[in-house]
Design a protein around this ligand. Structure first.
Ligand code: SF4
Ligand code: SF4
Length: 158
């Protein structure tokens, strides 16, 4: 009897019809995927993209080379050195090396920073086939958008 049922199911393509039915049902439902990169998803406010350094509204770098981020980082991602301006006596970084390939996005550096200089950006495109491109220097910590993508693909500075 089982053999007979299997024969009729195969003969009348029942399994294919069932599969097509599922496809048709899904086809008319609201889509939960988007056509990236033509359409971009709106990322949540607290999204943890690539870490970068920021400047204030006047374009002055916020980093004061206090090394709090370096001390807080459990993955040893940072190598920072600062210098004091002889006139203003303010510290500023002269070396700020950061290793994306070591970062676990734990956010301890962001929380430790007293000036909000280091923050998570909305940049989620961090793939590369060029390993040296995962090591960033001070000027590269300010890159974003297409400049950052060129840098990650092994462009200038890689
Ligand atoms: S997010 Fe965590 S692992 Fe990454 S650099 Fe900051 S402290 Fe280090
Ligand atoms: S990024 Fe913030 S915590 Fe790190 S050295 Fe600069 S000011 Fe200090």
């Amino acid at each position: 009897m089982k053999k007979l049922i299997r024969f009729f199911k195969a003969f009348f393509l029942v399994d294919i019809a069932v599969g097509l039915g599922v496809t048709l049902k899904r086809y008319f439902r609201r889509k939960i995927t988007i056509s990236y990169p033509e359409k971009q998803q709106v990322l949540p406010e607290r999204f943890k993209g690539m870490i970068r350094l920021y400047k204030d509204e006047a374009g002055v770098p916020l980093c004061i080379a206090c090394k709090a981020c370096q001390r807080a980082c459990p993955s040893n991602c940072f190598d920072i050195e600062g210098e004091r301006n002889p006139e203003t006596k303010k510290l500023h970084p002269v070396k700020f090396d950061w290793k994306l390939d070591r970062c676990s996005f734990c956010s301890l550096c962001v929380e430790a920073c007293p000036t909000d200089a280091i923050r998570f950006s909305k940049e989620f495109r961090m793939s590369t086939v060029c390993k040296p491109a995962l090591r960033f220097t001070l000027p590269e910590m300010y890159l974003e958008g297409d400049d950052l993508q060129r840098r990650l693909k092994g462009g200038p500075g890689a």
